[in-house]
Write a protein that binds this ligand. Structure first.
Ligand SMILES: [Zn+2]
Length: 213
């Protein structure tokens, strides 16, 4: 942050998309040092309290529990939080507006893409995939309603951030490489739903096979 001319003392809010180590890792340190408000989904606050050993050095103290549609406002900028359980029970996704050379762009930020919940047994895998699919459907509708033309993910391999950052230097007068258009943003959600449904079907078949024997 300092390298970019930002002072961590000015952090007002920390939005934690979900309580996996690679996303919550610095939250405790930032909370202790700079006292920002910390926002996380209720079930993920519970996870942190339930497994103190797993979060030994990265458990922020329970602060703001995110609600669906909650707005976090700073000056004239706001991030709207959406509950998208699936990746973890408390995963949060966001919609917000950024300015690209003064032009407003609407962003959909997906807080958890991968299927690293229990996904290899019909129970609870089928249910877990259903939760995931329904969240993707709901968030896709939010993204469409806000006119999102940018899709951000919390891992660079899911939104090709590294390639896009390289393209940025040579954009000239062209569009920002993160600006995909509304249809490709919706396609991301369709692909994620289709992949989840395919994996869910496999578990449904497995359940039928098991019942036969
Ligand atoms: Zn994760």
């Amino acid at each position: 942050m300092r390298k970019l001319g930002l002072d961590p003392k000015n952090i007002k809010y920390l939005l934690v998309s979900h309580a996996h180590g690679d996303h919550i890792g610095g939250a405790e340190m930032l909370q202790t040092r700079y006292r920002p408000r910390v926002v996380m989904g209720g079930p993920d606050w519970d996870l942190v309290e339930k497994y103190p050993n797993r979060y030994k050095t990265m458990a922020p103290k329970r602060d703001i529990v995110a609600a669906d549609g909650m707005k976090v406002t700073l000056g004239d900028a706001a991030v709207t939080i959406w509950l998208t359980p699936g990746h973890t029970p408390g995963t949060l996704s966001y919609t917000f507006t950024v300015l690209d050379r003064g032009k407003p762009l609407n962003v959909a930020y997906s807080g958890g893409t991968a299927f690293n919940f229990v996904n290899n047994t019909p129970d609870p895998g089928i249910r877990n995939f259903q939760t995931y699919i329904e969240s993707q459907q709901r968030f896709a509708a939010r993204a469409a309603a806000t006119g999102a033309t940018v899709l951000l993910s919390n891992h660079s391999e899911f939104d090709n951030a590294v390639d896009k950052n390289r393209v940025l230097a040579g954009r000239g007068d062209g569009p920002h490489p993160y600006e995909l258009g509304a249809d490709p943003v919706q396609r991301y959600f369709k692909v994620m739903q289709s992949c989840a449904r395919a994996a869910q079907l496999r578990l449904e078949q497995q359940r039928v096979e098991t019942a036969k024997h």
